[in-house]
Design a protein around this ligand. Structure first.
Ligand code: SOE
Length: 387
């Protein structure tokens, strides 16, 4: 369905850490990218009336609601953006699709493969544009890596995809049992929260994954219950305790359909690692290396360089010819975390206007979920599992 409107109205469900990142991106996308439609930040939705009103005032939303059903059925809204905890994605996305809204959903897409399948079927049936928020695909260095691999800079074979996503915000055993540590709300722990992102990068850069063999660990099995949620990922503990029902860390190896080997790790127990994503890809003619803490750079080794001058070259991905970079600042004036959301939302807005979904779609969310499920099964059964 091609949009005729010159203005697209957004309803955002959820206003914590991700809600803030999404609000910023909705505000910035049309200011830095040439979009075919104006974005109107119409309604912010959340459970607490005081919380949602305060968030709307500071983040720039015109209206508020405490009832997501009211927002998804509001005829003036074109786009529903879902930033809630994982257990709500399913119901909200399906209802939004039924009401003909374009849907943007945080990752992981849902709690399990069956839910993801239903969500893919719902957006397909409704013919609505859909996207899952794996924003790290839109780091200019990652988009450049994709282009370089596509044009053969690493050769005609990829041998290895190695990726690690490491954080340390729950290493203190006194850190409370927030929703991200409860399987009934989050589905899984570091696996779906962090691992999903690097699985998505692997599929984006190298291809589909065929089989996996993994292990998972929950280092701290009991924690104080949450008394109060704070800003960002912080929370206050109460005196009662409860069981941690998700993984703290996961490691796995696997094989892509094209024969490349996968080696991935996601953990929230890497002291000193705050939001550390590293990727290394080795091909028959070269390698690429990326580190999110230095996200404006991509390292490239070209085996065809003269033998006495071979080595990793350091590409500062801020030239106007680089993906997304031209929309921002002159070369060398670097960008950060929040820009990845702006890039995704600019592309999504263009897609909604054109009536064509843009990657990563809900189908990618489903494909990622199948890998997550296969790794979980492998960790449980201690065997290789086909995806
Ligand atoms: C918390 O671990 C978190 O906010 C994730 O939920 C995001 O997906 C990740 O990109 C940053 O860390």
């Amino acid at each position: 369905m091609i949009m005729k409107k010159r203005s697209l109205r957004v309803g955002l469900i959820g206003y914590n850490f991700m809600g803030k990142a999404h609000s910023n991106a909705w505000r910035q996308a049309g200011r830095f990218f040439d979009l075919p439609a104006e974005i109107e930040m119409r309604t912010l939705c959340g459970r607490s009336p005081a919380g949602v009103n305060a968030a709307a005032a500071s983040l720039g939303w015109s209206k508020t609601s405490t009832d997501w059903r009211e927002v998804v059925s509001d005829p003036v809204i074109d786009i529903i953006d879902i930033c809630t905890p994982n257990d709500c994605h399913y119901e909200i996305a399906i209802e939004a699709a039924k009401h003909g809204k374009a849907v943007l959903c945080e990752k992981p897409l849902a709690m399990n493969v069956a839910q993801c399948e239903d969500m893919v079927a719902a957006v397909k049936k409704a013919g609505v544009v859909n996207m899952i928020c794996h924003v790290y695909r839109r780091i200019p260095a990652m988009a450049l890596a994709k282009a370089m691999i596509g044009r053969g800079d690493l050769g005609d074979r990829i041998y290895h995809f190695r990726a690690r996503y490491a954080q340390d915000w729950i290493t203190d055993p006194a850190f409370p049992l927030v929703w991200r540590l409860q399987s009934k709300i989050a589905g899984s722990g570091s696996h779906g929260d962090l691992g999903a992102h690097i699985i998505d990068l692997g599929r984006y850069l190298v291809g589909e994954i065929k089989e996996v063999c993994g292990l998972m660990e929950t280092f701290i099995k009991e924690r104080p219950l949450q008394a109060e949620l704070g800003a960002g990922l912080s929370a206050k503990a109460s005196s009662k305790t409860g069981k941690v029902t998700v993984d703290d860390a996961v490691s796995w190896i696997g094989r892509f359909k094209n024969g490349a080997l996968a080696n991935l790790e996601a953990t929230r127990f890497a002291q000193g690692r705050k939001n550390h994503i590293t990727v290394e890809i080795n091909g028959s003619k070269g390698s690429l290396v990326f580190d999110f803490e230095d996200m404006n750079r991509l390292k490239f080794y070209n085996a065809d360089d003269p033998a006495d001058a071979r080595g990793f070259r350091d590409i500062l991905v801020t030239e106007s010819i680089h993906p997304y970079a031209g929309a921002w600042w002159p070369p060398g004036h670097i960008i950060g975390y929040e820009h990845t959301f702006v890039h995704a939302f600019a592309d999504f807005t263009k897609a909604v206007f054109a009536g064509k979904s843009v990657q990563p779609t809900f189908a990618d969310g489903l494909a990622n979920e199948k890998v997550l499920a296969a790794v979980s099964e492998s960790a449980k059964t201690r065997a290789w599992v086909r995806v």
